[in-house]
Design a protein around this ligand. Structure first.
Ligand code: SF4
Length: 109
């Protein structure tokens, strides 16, 4: 019997993903932004049985905030590569400006 299970966010955890695959309940698990912060997660989990918790996406949303501001996407908080590129400074400025706008809207309302 074919079945399709779609989830978004934390409905399925790393351990339950592994269990549902091993038990043959589903054929595949798709990962979203987790692959930006921790692309090795599927092999670490399935082959090694370990998960590096510090690399798991924490939904800070920099990977979506950046492209909304015309900046390349990536996991700025957790991927060392993005700490040192010029776009990191641009993103910080973008976030500060957005925060200031939110504060103004809150103050004015
Ligand atoms: S930037 Fe944040 S939301 Fe995006 S992958 Fe990294 S930790 Fe997850």
């Amino acid at each position: 019997m074919a079945s399709l299970l779609l989830t978004n966010g934390y409905l399925i955890t790393v351990n339950s993903d592994r269990d549902v695959i091993r038990n043959g309940w589903i054929d595949a698990v798709g990962l979203g932004r987790m692959v930006l912060s921790y692309p090795e997660m599927p092999s670490d989990t399935l082959r090694e049985g370990i998960t590096k918790r510090k690399k798991i996406c924490r939904t800070f949303s920099d990977c979506t905030t950046a492209p909304r501001g015309g900046i390349v996407s990536g996991c700025y908080p957790l991927d060392e590569h993005y700490h040192h590129i010029p776009e990191a400074t641009q993103l910080a400025t973008l976030k500060k400006e957005a925060s200031a706008r939110r504060a103004k809207v809150k103050k004015d309302s």
